[in-house]
Design a protein around this ligand. Structure first.
Ligand SMILES: *Cc1c(COP(=O)(O)O)cnc(C)c1O
Length: 379
């Protein structure tokens, strides 16, 4: 029997990426600027279908860092951040010498809990400091509670930095993720829904802000014949080669979303018959997830023989099938555990019970057969 590795999420080329990369070579635009960079930004702006001004950068993390700078986050400031996320959401707070304040998730979307968010804001203000920004994340492609979070942000006049690294192609009430924040960010890392081998983008509401982000990402060079600098700059621009891959990937983005959503349906049908396992799904029709990763919760008090998510993970590993626990919340991470945290144990419990399953748009019928057999045998 075929026993090749089934990955959680691996790059999936559409076919035209090479053409754009070849063009870059033929025209010698092998640099962090060029026609592919502009073309990729145009493609993204059209796709987001909103007043969006996109700057292509070297990574999603770089985009979050520049986003915090554009929101004027400085040393000593406080920044609220969803606790349940990848560490790249929070690390740039530290780059700025600011302090993270972590907030729990709610059970429906697994994203920032509006109640805990407001509690955090009120308490931080009462201690004498108003948070400078709110970093909210669309985990695994699931849109966060955009209206509730926005209402609170407006009420206290705190800008939202929307981490949409996992949610390109998702939408809430037909508005694309990436456009809900005062500033949004995207990632094109190798495991994301589309990839440029490595890369990211910042999404702003004005051309001025986009230009400022691009200026900072190219060493903050003033307009002069020599190298003149009035501000600290960064080397965060996307290369024309990577952007060429991105242009090709944009042609297959919607297809990738459809295929990932089919993987979600595949798991929903398998686990509808298995006691103690629930598949992570949209709370209602307002939410449209790209289902970047399909995830399940394993309730060991209800499964046969008390089987846990870790039992399942090890079982799959032995079959050469990759799966992974959900993001471990930041307030439980050694590097961040001494920073303030608001909420209860929702994200901690999700981490205990949750498992991400192979979700790639390039999985085959053969892979799905192996997965199906594995789950039925295990449970
Ligand atoms: C991948 C990811 C990032 C970082 O993106 P990179 O392009 O890898 O730097 C940030 N936040 C979340 C939630 C991510 O999944």
């Amino acid at each position: 029997m075929n026993n090749s590795k089934i990955w959680l999420s691996s790059p999936h080329m559409g076919g035209t990426e090479q053409k754009f990369v070849n063009e870059a070579f033929e025209t010698n635009w092998v640099a962090p600027l060029g026609p592919n960079v502009n073309g990729f930004e145009d493609d993204l702006e059209k796709y987001l279908n909103q007043e969006a001004f996109v700057g292509a950068l070297s990574s999603g993390t770089a985009a979050i860092h520049l986003g915090l700078i554009l929101l004027d986050v400085k040393a000593g400031d406080e920044v609220i951040c969803q606790s349940m996320t990848f560490s790249a959401s929070a690390n740039p707070i530290m780059y700025q010498g600011a302090m993270p304040v972590f907030v729990d998730s709610e059970k429906e979307t697994w994203n920032m809990c509006p109640v805990a968010l407001e509690e955090a804001i009120v308490d931080r203000i009462s201690r004498g400091k108003k948070p400078k920004a709110i970093i909210a994340v669309h985990l695994y492609g699931m849109p966060f509670k955009a209206e509730k979070i926005r209402k609170i942000a407006n009420e206290y006049q705190i800008p939202i930095l929307e981490d949409s690294a996992e949610a390109l192609g998702s939408s809430y009430k037909e508005q694309k993720c990436g456009t809900f924040g005062d500033i949004g960010i995207l990632s094109f890392n190798g495991n994301k829904i589309i990839t440029t081998s490595g890369g990211g983008a910042i999404v702003t509401k004005s051309k001025e802000l986009k230009d400022k982000a691009v200026f900072l990402s190219t060493q903050a060079r003033d307009n002069a014949p020599h190298y003149q600098h009035s501000e600290v700059g960064y080397n965060y621009r996307m290369s024309n080669i990577c952007a060429g891959i991105g242009r090709g990937q944009m042609e297959v983005l919607d297809k990738h979303v459809a295929l990932r959503r089919e993987m979600h349906d595949f798991y929903s049908s398998i686990f509808s018959e298995i006691e103690g396992v629930t598949v992570f799904k949209e709370p209602n029709e307002d939410y449209y997830s790209n289902h970047w990763l399909s995830a399940i919760l394993v309730d060991s008090s209800k499964t046969k023989n008390g089987k846990t998510r870790e039992d399942l993970r090890l079982y799959l590993e032995a079959l050469n099938i990759e799966s992974r626990p959900l993001w471990k919340p930041m307030h439980l991470q050694p590097v961040f555990e001494h920073y303030p945290y608001y909420g209860s144990t929702i994200s901690a419990q999700l981490f205990e019970d949750g498992l991400c399953l192979p979700s790639g748009s390039n999985l085959t019928d053969d892979d799905r057969d192996r997965l199906k057999v594995a789950f039925y045998q295990f449970f």
